[in-house]
Design a binder for this molecule. Structure first.
Ligand code: HEC
Length: 336
C-alpha cells in the first residue's frame, strides 16, 4: 500500500492550487459584450434554475452573462458553521453597498435542491437579512452537479452524515464574465478583502459592461484600503502561512508561521528566498534545506514576485510582527 496521508493530499492539493496561479486569469480576447470571453456560453452550462422568487432562469444567459458575479453553493439545512459563509458574504454585500444588484451579483445555489424549495430559500435569506442583488437558486440535482464540477467545486459523493450535513466545497468563485477573469476565493477570507477583489474588478472592465448602468458613478464606494503587502499576503500566502500566530503550527500546517521572520533572517536572504525559493533550495542553502526537511519536503513554490511585491510583503510581515508584539505586551500588562 502506498502510504498517502491526508496531510500529503492537502499539501499536494494546495500546491496545485498555487501552481495554478491561485486563480485562473484567462486572457480575454477582445471582450465585447461578453460574447467572446474564453469562458463564454460554451464553457458554462446554461442549465435551467429556479430562483427564490420562483422565476425560471438560465445559468449563463440570465445569471452571469456580461456580469461580475460571486457564486457559491449552499444548502439551507447546513449547520451554523457553514452559515458563516453566508454571513461573511452578507458583510461583503454591505461593503459593496448599492453596487450589489447593479455592477455585481451574488449567486447562491442549493446543493440540496430536493429540500431547498423557493420557500425554504426565502426563509434562509430572511434569516441572514440578505439584501437585493443576491439570488438564491434551486434546480435539478444533475444540473447543479454539472455546474459544481464546471466551477471546480464538486465534491462527490453527496452523502448526508447523521447530522444531516453534506460535504461540500465552501469556496466562493468570483469572476468577471466579460473579461474572463475568474478566481476561487477562500470562505475564510476577510470580507474586506473579498469586497476589494470583487469591487476592483468592477473598474477593470476591458470594455463597457453589457448591462447599462447609469447610476454606476453614483454608487457608494466603501471599500477599505488594504496595503499592497497585506493584499498580496492574503491572496498569495495565506494558503500556507500565518503571521501573528507563532507556535500554532500543527501537523497540518503547510508552511511556518512568519511572525518575526524578518528579525530571524537577514533581509538579503529573505529577498532572495521570496524571489526564487526554488533556486535557493537547489543551491543547497542550509536554512532552506533545514526548512524543507522540517516542512515535509514540500518546496515553497516560486510565486514570481516582483521586487516591489517583495518589499511590500516584507513590510507587511514587519508590521504584523510588531502588532503581535504590542498585543502580547498589552496582555501581559493586563495580567499584572
Ligand atoms: C504552497 C505553500 C506556500 C505558499 C503559497 C507560500 N509558501 Fe512560504 N513556505 C512554504 C514552505 C513549505 C516553507 C518552508 C520551506 C520549504 O519547505 O521550502 C516556506 C517558507 C517560507 C519562508 C521562510 C521561513 C523561515 O523560517 O525562514 C518565508 C519568509 C516565506 N515562506 C514567505 C512566503 C510568502 C511571503 C508567501 C506569499 C507571497 C509564501 N511564502 C507563499 C510554503 C508556501
Amino acid at each position: 500500500m502506498v502510504p498517502v496521508t491526508l496531510r500529503d493530499l492537502l499539501r499536494t492539493f494546495t500546491l496545485l492550487l498555487v501552481l495554478a496561479g491561485l486563480g485562473w486569469n484567462l486572457p480575454a480576447r477582445a471582450a465585447n459584450g461578453g460574447s467572446q470571453s474564453p469562458w463564454g456560453a460554451n464553457f458554462f452550462p446554461n442549465v435551467p434554475l429556479t430562483t427564490h422568487d420562483n422565476k425560471q432562469v438560465r445559468f449563463f444567459d440570465d445569471l452571469i452573462k456580461g456580469k461580475v458575479v460571486a457564486i457559491n453553493f449552499i444548502f439551507t439545512g447546513c449547520s451554523a458553521a457553514c452559515g458563516m459563509e453566508t454571513a461573511r458574504l452578507r458583510q461583503v454585500q454591505d461593503l459593496l453597498g448599492d453596487r450589489v444588484g447593479k455592477d455585481v451579483f451574488f449567486i447562491s445555489i442549493s446543493i440540496d435542491p430536493e429540500n431547498d424549495t423557493p420557500e425554504a430559500l426565502r426563509a434562509y435569506m430572511a434569516k441572514f437579512n440578505v439584501g437585493p442583488g443576491w439570488t438564491f437558486l434551486t434546480g435539478k440535482q444533475k444540473d447543479i452537479d454539472q455546474l459544481r464540477s464546471r466551477l471546480g467545486l464538486y465534491m462527490p459523493p453527496i452523502n448526508k452524515d447523521s447530522a444531516g450535513q453534506i460535504d461540500h466545497d465552501l469556496a466562493v468563485i468570483i469572476g468577471n464574465q466579460t473579461t474572463g477573469r475568474w478566481q476561487k476565493a477562500s470562505p475564510m477570507e476577510n470580507p474586506e478583502v473579498l469586497a476589494t477583489q470583487i469591487g476592483s474588478w468592477l473598474s477593470n472592465w476591458k470594455s463597457k459592461p453589457a448591462i447599462a448602468n447609469p447610476k454606476y458613478e453614483n454608487a457608494p464606494v466603501r471599500l477599505p484600503q488594504l496595503s499592497k503587502g497585506e493584499e498580496l499576503f492574503r491572496t498569495r500566502c495565506v494558503t500556507c502561512h500565518t503571521v501573528g500566530q507563532p507556535g500554532t503550527e500543527t501537523a497540518k500546517s503547510i508552511g511556518p508561521d512568519l511572525t518575526f521572520v524578518t528579525r530571524a533572517r537577514q533581509r538579503g536572504w529573505l529577498v532572495r528566498w521570496l524571489k526564487e525559493p526554488d533556486a535557493v533550495l537547489a543551491a543547497k542553502d542550509p536554512i532552506a534545506t533545514a526548512l524543507f526537511e522540517k516542512y515535509n519536503k514540500l518546496a515553497m513554490p516560486n510565486l514570481k514576485l516582483s521586487e516591489t511585491d517583495i518589499e511590500a510583503l516584507l513590510s507587511f510581515l514587519e508590521q504584523g510582527s510588531a502588532a503581535y508584539q504590542a498585543n502580547q505586551a498589552k496582555q501581559s500588562q493586563a495580567k499584572k
